[in-house]
Design a protein around this ligand. Structure first.
Ligand code: E4P
Length: 227
């Protein structure tokens, strides 16, 4: 499962990319509104942190297909290869996705609440579809089940499109979908850190440290002993 950071805070992105096996960053207009500064400069900074190879997702703003296509061309022109344009999975969006596919611009069908939205975005040529797990849960439906059904539909119809599960509130939701075999998940920094936030893990690491200190001295490493 590919793992993306769902955030635009550049220092948090730098920290997480340094520590975890991260595949890229996803943004949306609301995420960009939460960080200070000009959104274009923020996106350029994120691209600089990611380098050319990791993926950066940026959402088109207009509501009509022609406008979405114009935004997509501008976004990819600015941020280069491995930039994926998020397009809302609505009728004008499906049209934009088809046009962009022909131009070789990769898209992600976003704002996915139902399996049919995902199916149509994938059929139109999206490289990714992004179901909003937690938001679906909050509507009284089962976000995990919807996402698993989308994965099944893409597999069954042999559509070359990956599920990019989004809108997580806890690590259990991510684990469940990871075990199901979905292709990608995008998570806020706090959810990523929560994957390994566990007193048992910290306790085991500290026990190893204190046991080794007893035989080698406080702070002594293997490299110190080997010389
Ligand atoms: C990503 O594609 C979505 O825009 C994002 O994950 C939504 O998350 P939220 O429900 O926490 O806003």
């Amino acid at each position: 499962m590919k793992l993306y950071i769902d955030d635009a805070n550049v220092s948090e992105i730098r920290r997480l990319v340094d520590l975890y096996p991260i595949d890229g960053v996803t943004t949306n207009p609301s995420i960009l509104s939460k960080v200070k500064g000009d959104p274009i400069e923020v996106l350029k900074e994120i691209r600089a942190v990611l380098g050319e190879e990791k993926e950066l997702f940026v959402q088109a703003i207009p509501t009509d297909a022609e406008g979405m296509v114009g935004d997509a061309r501008a976004i990819v022109g600015l941020l280069g290869k491995n930039t994926i344009v998020k397009i809302p999975s609505v009728p004008e969006g499906f049209k934009a996705i088809r046009i962009l596919k022909e131009e070789g611009i990769q898209t992600c069908g976003t704002v996915v609440y139902t399996p049919m939205q995902a199916y149509l975005a994938a059929k139109a040529g999206a490289s990714y579809v992004a179901p909003y797990v937690n938001r679906i849960d909050n509507m009284g439906y089962d976000g995990i089940a919807v996402t698993e059904q989308i994965q099944d539909i893409l597999t069954m119809h042999d559509l070359p499109c990956e599920v990019l599960a989004a809108s997580f509130k806890n690590s259990q939701q991510v684990l469940t979908l990871c075990a199901y075999g979905i292709g990608s998940a995008t998570c806020a920094p706090a959810v990523i850190d929560a994957f390994v936030k566990n007193l048992a893990i910290d306790g085991a690491v500290n026990d190893f440290l204190s046991d080794f200190a007893k035989i080698a001295g406080e702070g002594t490493t293997m490299a110190d002993l080997i010389g």
